[in-house]
Design a protein around this ligand. Sequence first.
Ligand code: NDP
Length: 503
Amino acid sequence: MRDRGDGLTTGFGKPVDDDQNSMTAGERGPVLMQDVHLLEKLGHFDRERIPERVVHAKGAGAHGYFEVTADVTQYTRAAFLSEVGKKTEVFVRFSTVGGEKGSADAERDPRGFAIKFYTEEGNYDMTGNNTPVFFIRDPLKFADFIHTQKRNPRTNLKDPDMFWDFLSLTPESVHQVMVLFSDRGTPATYRNMNGYSSHTYVWYNAAGEQFYVQYHFKTEQGIKNFTAAEADAMKASDPDHATRDLFEAIERGEYPSWRLEMQIMPVAEAAEYRFDVFDITKVWPHADYPPTTVGRLVLDRNPDNYFAETEQAAFNPSNFVPGIGPSNDKMLQARLFSYHDTHLHRLGPNYHLLPINAPKNAPMNSYQRDGAMRFDDNGAGGPNYWPNSMGGPAPDPSSADPGMQVEGLTGRTPYPHPNDDFVQPRALFRDVMTDEDRDHLISNIVGHLKNAHERIRMRQCAVFYKVDPDLGTSVAEGVHVDSAEVERLARLSDEKRAEATAR
Ligand code: NDP
């Protein structure tokens, strides 16, 4: 095999004699079909782009490790969490959500925080965000929601009417809307933000005891955000600033790190808990379940190649290891399908064989065969079916999870406690935010909402009013709608409010 330092070749290894002059019929004649080097070069170039992720298209990644700092074996049997001091290789990808691949890093948007742990029991992926909650709690709403955050189908422009129409008709979104429109919606860099699982997951120990858990990766660089003005200035001066910051910090040897704090709840407590642990629009207040530090995430190596590693990295919330599993959170359940499905489309059926996605510290012994771009030995001469008596890999019942009790009628039912949707955003506004945070929140909302139609502005102000009358009234004043009408709308049911503000 040729070294890269050797002479230039075609994709198939033939030496290239000239890479500057296309082959023509005569000095001034047309280009020849037999210039196969030119045809191959153009043909490959024409196919360089793969489908962009519909969400999380713009991202930056880095390699590193996760180290266990506290004994958690009473909660999980996961091998990579089995011992204090144990280190596991990781690859992390940060991203914005709504923007295209070339969009600015400083946009107001949640940030993706996806971690692939290359464990000895296979890959474990934790696909979180820098926000502890989400806009919606039912996956049937997801495609509609994302459409409203992207471009108008007619103008191909971002559209404040679509954006606020959907959110104001979906009041469960208001908690996440408030996080997004606080200065945490424009983190100064990827290094200066937290990562949250947002979903509740299940941990189970060797005895099969189960716990609901929430992951909080807390930045050790400190939280640092842009104001709206600083974010706007950064978008104009350096649209790639967060990508650049991550890369350059790691090159300088300033390795960013996060402390993993877990909230842990014995499964039996969930039924009586005041918030629904499967509702991703809710957090577990720290006073109820104090976070406990269990590990540390460190990023210490930049990718050698952006496309091969960061762009082709494919994270699946469905990649679990024994000791960790999904909860009944409906959004999570849908993501268990949707991420893998997206990667099958974006990268092809053998995306799991790409070096960045393949298990590094565990064997991959499946009976999956063939498919486009199968570039390993495809199972060689081994059996391609199970059961077999040919020495093929066998299932290991000891890796089973303990199972969850389920009951009830099948059906399409909403989450049962809709009236508590305003409790947590209210706590955020009244108890967590400083006066400066509240001022910025209001001006950030006004700066965006003022561009929507009056009836939509009014409806969204009513939702804010339900969080806190001062918030609703201040935003109403800022976007020039009648606060008395906002107050009246806030007192209506969601259905009546929607009717009252319909076209
Ligand atoms: P605490 O006072 O114990 O914690 C407040 C949390 O809010 C801290 O984790 C802090 O993060 C975070 N925070 C501060 N400013 C913002 C912001 N603008 N956007 C999002 N998060 C922010 O409060 P409780 O646990 O009782 O929760 C009160 C409210 O705080 C919740 O209703 C929720 O809105 C918010 N919150 C709660 C979280 C939780 O898991 N309990 C997580 C994040 C937010 P940090 O410590 O990094 O500064």
